[in-house]
Design a binder for this molecule. Structure first.
Ligand code: UTP
Length: 297
């Protein structure tokens, strides 16, 4: 029997340099896809998967993120007095239960592994999820929920995996899989950002993980890895060496890399086109600019 996964870590202490100058004062996770901040998508996905405790690893300059989860009583009162029930409902869906969110500071950006390790005392001795809010996944069944259901059968550690073009392996953690067949594949190894010629496969790890406490133990012993950072990949790979199984889960859904400008723009268009109130106008506009652009060429 695997233990239930009820805690999730959201490492959001990175500097978001690819979005400067915006991220000089706005945390990347607060940037909006249409009208909802990236972090809201991650929270909704976590809730659907049964997560009850939400642990944010933050850093200097992220106070807008903490404020976002507070009740805004003045705004709520104003909407109520004006009878704007629909807006009130949208607002209520973003409120978190008292005590459900914890914030831990990562005092220095020493890498994703280090950020996860900073939350160790709140995790204790149980399995936990890690979610990177800049990976947004559009799916009928939310990605983490798919993974939790699979994890209940497998135990061990589980990472979300997707195939990437060979020339892109140096942007991801890559799984070494003997047999790349089926939705759940057992990993023989895992390497961070290998050059295409050294990559053991093209199965990349993206920002959803279900990990056991042994990974935190490995992080306790860790030294800096690739890029001088303490890598989560290295701590998970050590579990494989120690005989603890690691599974890649090939999720069903479309992942957008909202940590990059191109991915963020694609997600914005895709999420807007999925909305009844925006679809018609936007698709007409997109059609017009694409056809006039073709005509000009
Ligand atoms: P990224 O590699 O995307 O870095 O981190 P970043 O700082 O967010 O963005 P760029 O590259 O400068 O534009 C992946 C995830 O790991 C977190 C980030 O907040 C992001 O969610 N992270 C990274 C930390 O929490 N701490 C770190 O030391 C590094």
């Amino acid at each position: 029997m695997t233990r239930k996964v009820t805690k999730a870590i959201f490492p959001v202490a990175g500097m978001g340099t690819r979005f400067l100058p915006a991220t000089k004062s706005v945390p990347k996770e607060i940037m909006t896809l249409v009208d909802r901040p990236l972090v809201q998508y991650a929270i909704d996905e976590a809730r659907a998967a049964g997560i009850k405790e939400f642990i944010f690893v933050t850093s200097r300059g992220k106070s807008a993120l903490e404020d976002y989860f507070d009740h805004n009583l003045v705004l709520e009162q104003d909407l109520r007095s004006k009878g704007k029930d629909e807006l009130l409902e949208i607002l209520n869906a973003t409120n978190m239960e008292s005590g459900a969110i914890a914030y831990i500071r990562q005092h220095k950006a020493l890498g994703l592994g280090h950020a996860v390790w900073c939350a160790r005392r709140l995790i204790g001795d149980e399995p936990f999820a890690v979610m990177l809010p800049d990976d947004v996944i559009a799916a009928d069944k939310p990605c983490l929920q798919q993974m939790v259901e699979a994890y209940e059968e497998t135990g061990g550690n589980m990472v979300a995996a997707m195939e990437v073009p060979n020339e892109k392996t140096s942007s991801y953690g890559i799984l070494d899989t003997g047999n790349n067949v089926g939705t759940v594949v057992r990993a023989k190894g895992m390497v961070e950002k290998p050059n295409p010629e050294d990559a053991p496969s093209n199965l990349a790890v993206i920002g959803r993980y279900i990990l056991g406490p042994s990974v935190l133990y490995n992080l306790n012993q860790m030294k800096a890895g690739s890029g001088g950072e303490i890598q989560l990949t290295d701590a998970i790979a050590e579990d494989i060496t120690n005989g603890v199984p690691v599974f890649g889960y090939k999720f069903d859904g479309q992942r957008f890399d909202c940590g990059s400008k191109a991915g963020f723009l694609q997600a914005t268009v895709s999420f807007a086109l999925a909305r009844d109130d925006l679809r018609d106008d936007l698709s007409r506009y997109l059609h017009d600019i694409v056809t006039s652009d073709r005509a000009a060429q």
